[in-house]
Design a protein around this ligand. Structure first.
Ligand code: SF4
Length: 358
């Protein structure tokens, strides 16, 4: 018998937020929303989710779309491997599985981009399978309910929490229960200053009883985030076009376009770094001119300062050595390609300056 499910479900019936992906057991919609919600706030996801469904109302439409179009629609949502995996999984389900989602956690976890949490969410919400979920929000709720002093980032603690999440599952309405847990973590049992006076499971909460909410969950201290100086070239052809490159499909920002360049090595000047990167990745020669703009950007595990230089193309037909593809494009066409956030800031600056000249 779950000690929290009855109260949690009553609370959910009264307080569940209206969200575009709620109220449907359609696995395609559940999957799409769960992938978008990984690492991303609900408010940000709403607009993306709606646009995505308009473009690809069924999984077959997503499977048939070119990856570039999918990445373009994903632009700004970050963590682009999610979009690439979404596309791969859509193709597997549409073409190898007759358009039908697997219904078990084990089978769902075989698909690209679907881990234990997402598999549990799809299985429980779309198919009513008694499968637990444990993301950051739910971990926090459980760590407080149990007043857990163990480090929740440790594998042994995670294993214990998964087991607890499983043993507390109700026999009915498991999808609603999982969504209620996630929502409780998001809106009531918040990381800072949880709203315990509004909490439906306050009576079951050991951290509340011991006044230790602020100390839970226990997580080991994060290492300082490294910083890198990165160069990028706005490489102008004599005919007024710019050279852009598509990053390799795997890895950070895979498949996105960028102004080519790369990370400065110790002791290397920024112009020397840019010339070296362009030789190594595209086999071209440029004359590095003025610093055009500087953009600061943070990723999950590091930060960068992007130094974008105006460059003049001297020669060498671009080769696909360290890039997936390359293209000469007019400045007006840049927005047709999907770029990461830092490169889009460079494009914004480029457009500002062109508008000032008009
Ligand atoms: Fe979280 Fe407070 Fe509810 Fe405990 S009582 S689960 S700390 S909101």
């Amino acid at each position: 018998m779950s000690p929290i499910a009855p109260r949690l479900l009553v609370w959910y019936d009264q307080h569940a937020a209206t969200l575009p992906w709620r109220g449907t057991p359609d696995p395609y919609r559940v999957w799409l929303s769960e992938i978008m919600l990984q690492q991303t706030q609900v408010e940000t996801v709403k607009a993306y989710y709606t646009r995505f469904l308009q473009a690809y109302p069924q999984i077959t439409a997503l499977a048939a779309a070119p990856l570039d179009d999918v990445l373009k629609l994903w632009e700004g949502l970050g963590y682009y491997s999610r979009a690439r995996n979404l596309h791969k999984t859509a193709r597997i389900i549409a073409y190898d599985m007759d358009g039908r989602f697997p219904q078990t956690v084990e089978a769902l976890q075989q698909l690209p981009g679907i881990g234990r949490y997402t598999a549990g969410a799809i299985a429980s919400i779309a198919f009513g399978v008694r499968a637990p979920v444990l993301d950051g929000n739910v971990t926090r709720v459980f760590a407080r309910l149990l007043d857990l002093s163990d480090d929740t980032t440790q594998p042994a603690t995670k294993t214990m929490l998964w087991a607890r999440a499983e043993s507390w599952l109700p026999h009915q309405r498991v999808g609603d229960y999982n969504q209620a847990l996630m929502e409780l973590g998001r809106t009531v049992c918040k990381p800072r200053q949880p709203l315990c006076h509004e909490c439906p499971v306050q009576a079951q909460c050991k951290a509340f009883a011991n006044d230790t909410q602020a100390l839970r969950p226990v997580k080991k201290k994060r290492q300082p985030v490294p910083h890198y100086d990165v160069t990028a070239g706005l490489i102008w052809h004599d005919d007024g076009r710019l050279l852009i490159a598509q990053r390799p499909l795997d890895g950070l920002l895979g498949g996105l376009w960028e102004f080519p360049g790369g990370k400065a090595e110790d002791g290397e000047t920024l112009p020397a770094c840019l010339r070296r990167e362009l030789r190594e990745e595209l086999a071209i020669e440029v004359e590095v001119g003025d610093l055009f703009t500087v953009v600061r950007h943070g990723f999950t595990h590091f930060k960068i300062t992007l130094h974008a230089f105006t460059c003049r193309y001297l020669g060498g037909i671009p080769q696909k050595i360290g890039v997936h593809d390359w293209a000469w494009v007019s400045p007006d066409d840049l927005r047709r390609y999907s770029f990461g956030k830092a490169d889009r800031a460079v494009i914004d600056e480029l457009e500002n300056r062109r508008n000032m000249l008009l």
